[in-house]
Design a protein around this ligand. Structure first.
Ligand code: B12
Length: 288
């Protein structure tokens, strides 16, 4: 992407004046010049603005928020590609030989060095994809796959402890009826928690009327229903539409798309769990 400031402003929902101020005061934007001398902004600029917005949404003051964004780029975190790949290799070897101690040590090492966002996005989600591909090819047994995903789930839920506490807006997260994949939802909950949201997690395969009852009691800012397969949403269409009329509803996961979201009267949470958590800043800012 290479766009002028007006287009950047439209994409991120921040006024041109404010973007200019962030560029001038904090060096948050680093435009190139077009041949005609216009400033052109790229993906990195957009990413910095989005990170800035999520810090602001958590109540961090602007100068400090900008410092956090720029600091994160300077730290070794910013170039973890090779590192993440090595970590993934260690984790994979440990998990797939049922070595609990080594798997936990690999995860502890990651947690000591990288942010949870980075671990989720660059290590765990790619590992789970890789695991699925090798399971499909018959290179990994069902036992290995269950063990690996179960251990990761346990560790993530350990990190999720008390994610319902605090004063931020509440997310009610649940798997669609029949849906047993919930690691994406958990990853999303953790990323949202780091951005100041509170989370109530119902887990896999929850009957929609029961989700509606929980939502009536808890009054969440958003109910998020995750689905890996489309039919988990389509087979509960009427109930989900009713839920969407009684509570703000979003759908997510590889089973969700714009068309089904529209049909259900729901918002679509697009992309990976971490980018989707970033996009919540727009929701809390009223941009929904
Ligand atoms: C672990 C796993 C399981 C575990 C789940 C444990 C758990 N508690 O989650 C168990 C063993 C239960 C399981 C069961 C099954 N699984 Co399975 N599973 C996987 C595996 C290896 C990892 C899933 C995972 O967590 N991935 C990490 C998530 C984050 O990645 P993702 O799903 O691709 O999601 C992306 C986006 O959609 C988004 N996202 C996902 N969720 C959310 C949520 C929110 C809120 C947001 C914002 C974004 C978001 O983020 C991701 C990155 O961009 C995948 C392989 C894979 N490619 O993912 C197969 C996979 C998903 N499973 C598959 C299948 C076929 C099954 C079974 C039908 C197998 C069977 N014959 O029994 C059952 C179905 C059970 C059911 N009723 O739901 C297929 C699905 C194919 C399809 N789409 O039709 C896959 C892709 C494997 C494959 N390559 O064939 N599975």
């Amino acid at each position: 992407m290479s766009v002028r400031i007006g287009e950047l402003s439209r994409r991120v929902g921040v006024s041109v004046e404010l973007l200019r101020a962030w560029e001038r005061r904090y060096g948050l934007l680093r435009p190139d010049r077009s041949n005609g001398g216009f400033r052109l902004y790229g993906d990195e600029d957009e990413a910095r603005v989005r990170r800035m917005q999520s810090h602001l949404a958590r109540g961090v003051a602007a100068a400090e928020a900008a410092e956090l964004v720029l600091e994160a780029e300077r730290s070794p975190e910013a170039a973890p590609a090779a590192d993440s790949e090595a970590a993934r290799g260690r984790l994979r070897a440990a998990l797939e030989s049922f070595d609990e101690a080594a798997a936990n040590a690999a995860l502890d090492d990651l947690l000591a060095r990288l942010t949870l966002d980075t671990i989720l996005r660059d290590v765990l989600i790619p590992y789970l994809h890789d695991l699925g591909t090798r399971w499909e090819r018959g290179e990994v047994s069902v036992a290995q796959e269950h063990y690996a995903s179960g251990l990761i789930r346990g560790r993530l839920l350990g990190l999720a402890r008390e994610w319902g506490r605090g004063v931020g807006p509440l997310l009610l997260l649940t798997g669609a009826p029949g849906e047993r994949h919930d690691l994406g939802l958990i990853a999303f909950g953790l990323a949202a928690r780091a951005r100041g949201w509170r989370v109530t997690f119902l887990g896999q395969d929850t009957p929609v009327p029961d989700v509606a009852a929980a939502a009536a009691e808890l009054r969440p800012a958003l109910v998020v229903v995750g689905a890996t397969m489309r039919r988990r949403l389509t087979s509960a269409k009427e109930e989900l539409r009713a839920l969407g009329r009684s509570a703000p509803l979003a759908v997510a996961g590889s089973g969700a798309n714009e068309a089904i979201a529209l049909e259900l009267g729901a918002r679509l949470l697009e992309g990976d769990p971490i980018s989707a958590a970033d996009s919540l800043a727009e929701l809390s800012a009223g941009g929904g």
